[in-house]
Design a binder for this molecule. Structure first.
Ligand code: PMP
Length: 456
């Protein structure tokens, strides 16, 4: 049994179900970067839930904003009333966006945000007389959401395979897993090589049929914080422009400040046509996501008869009030700057640990979206034997030691263990050292029980 607190489980049978029968500890309270279960055990949240609790738990200003909104009204239907929380959040959020990405459509999560992007792109094509454009090219590996539209553009077989017969298969190109490449290209050349795969795919599919290209600028859990060479981003944007293909950035995980800039796109000076946001936007205080689109595109869709899309909870006042207070916290406390500094500290710490544990492979990421791989041979990047179940075992060991981290057994479309270290953006230098020390302990125990080297 793993991921539960110690001692016999005396709880009643659960009427809830998720992926498996595994019971998790019952949360008692949470504050800052910490959670406590009912037995009183404390956990550091080294992964911000699923990379979403960006400003930590129990923030009094956000709690207060939610209560104030609750006293005013928790709901007003968007087709009957405007609400100030949504209006103001749209204004303040789009002020963070590059170029003319000035219009927001609020939803309740990341999958809804991605669905909205895809449906908006299609309606823009229809509004501008490009009816044949319907294919969305995306990448593998990638994760874009659990609903069928978002799943059709997701490049992760274990999740998509059961539903493949029910979805129209969308074209995928490889994401640039350059650290696995064994060629003599410079990083710049590699970036261009991977970007040119998009031009090839557009040509292959028929340029008149391609609607959009969808990508995570910094990969999430499916790739383990994969960052492409700098040259990739500009070239992809150029190719999209050349073919009249809309560029959609899925910043559900990388956005809202996590990588040290509000959008990861800002690192490369890219203005995508459409952006999906969620996770850090509501930061765990409310289910909230957004599609951000460029004003001329929105105007074209509205002129052509309106955006045929919506959800009951789109622009929900409570969620938007929470999102607005989260944004204020992020900006007023320079949390993006902190994400950059603490992210560098984590990567440096992991590189130091790699000297002690030769089975640490690549260490990568941006800001507080950081991952490291576990390999049997760093030179060849060969994976560890599957039986070691490294990704799960390390998560369980860390959990026992009071640290929550995130992991997957996948990389670059092939098997491979990676772990993500993505604490809330409020994390302090001392807390990062504590996280690194628990990771060191975890890897030492894992090395000992798996017969792997520990040079410490
Ligand atoms: N896109 C990306 C990049 C994500 O990481 C996720 C969630 N992990 C989603 C979309 C889907 O978001 P949600 O789970 O909120 O529907």
């Amino acid at each position: 049994m793993n991921s539960t607190s110690s001692g016999p489980d005396t709880r009643k049978p659960s009427h809830l179900f998720y992926q498996s029968r595994l019971r998790r500890p019952l949360v008692a309270r949470a504050e800052g970067i910490y959670l406590w279960d009912q037995s009183g055990k404390r956990y550091i949240d080294g992964t911000s839930g699923p990379m979403c609790v960006n400003i930590g738990y129990g923030n009094p200003r956000v709690n207060e904003a939610i209560k104030r909104q609750l006293d005013q009204t928790s709901f007003a239907y968007r087709l009957h009333f405007e609400n100030e929380a949504a209006e103001e959040l749209a204004r303040e959020l789009t002020a963070q966006m590059p170029g003319d990405l000035d219009r927001a459509f609020f939803v309740s999560g990341g999958s809804e945000a991605v669905e909205s992007c895809i449906k908006f792109a299609r309606q823009y094509a229809l509004a501008t007389g490009q009816d044949q454009r319907r294919k969305v090219i995306s990448r593998f590996p990638s994760y874009h959401g659990g609903t069928l539209g978002a799943l059709a553009v997701t490049g992760y077989e274990p999740l998509t395979a059961p539903f493949a017969p029910m979805m129209e298969s969308m074209p995928k190109i490889p994401a640039p897993t350059t650290y696995l490449d064994r060629d003599n290209l410079s990083p710049e050349q590699r970036g261009l090589k991977y970007a040119d795969l998009l031009a090839d795919a557009i040509e292959r599919e028929g340029p008149e049929s391609v609607l959009a290209f969808l990508m995570e600028p910094v990969g999430g859990a499916s790739t383990g914080a994969l960052v492409a060479p700098d040259s990739y981003y500009g070239r992809v944007a150029e190719i999209c422009k050349q073919y009249g293909v809309l560029l959609i950035y899925d910043e559900v995980m990388s956005g809202a400040g996590r990588t040290g800039r509000y959008l990861a796109a800002d690192h490369w000076g890219i203005t995508p046509d459409i952006v999906a946001l969620s996770k850090g936007l509501g930061a765990g205080y409310a289910p909230l996501g957004a599609m951000i689109a460029r004003t001329p595109h929105v105007e074209a869709v509205l002129d052509a008869g309106g955006f045929m899309h919506g959800y009951t909870y789109a622009g929900n006042p409570l969620a938007c009030a929470a999102g607005r207070a989260v944004l204020h916290e992020l900006l007023d406390h320079n949390l993006m700057e902190n994400a950059t500094l603490r992210g560098e500290q984590i990567q440096a710490g992991l590189r130091r640990l790699a000297e002690r544990f030769p089975f640490i492979g690549d260490v990568r990421g941006k800001g507080l979206l950081v991952a490291f791989e576990l390999v049997s041979d760093r030179a060849t990047m060969a994976v560890l034997p599957k039986e070691l179940n490294a990704y799960q075992r390390c998560v369980d060991l860390a959990h026992e030691k009071g640290l929550i981290i995130y992991s997957r057994r996948t990389r670059g479309g092939i098997e491979g263990d990676h772990l993500l270290v993505c604490p809330p953006l409020i994390v302090t230098a001392a807390e990062v050292e504590e996280i690194l020390s628990i990771i060191a302990d975890t890897l030492a125990t894992f090395a000992q029980e798996s017969g792997l080297p520990d040079l410490g």
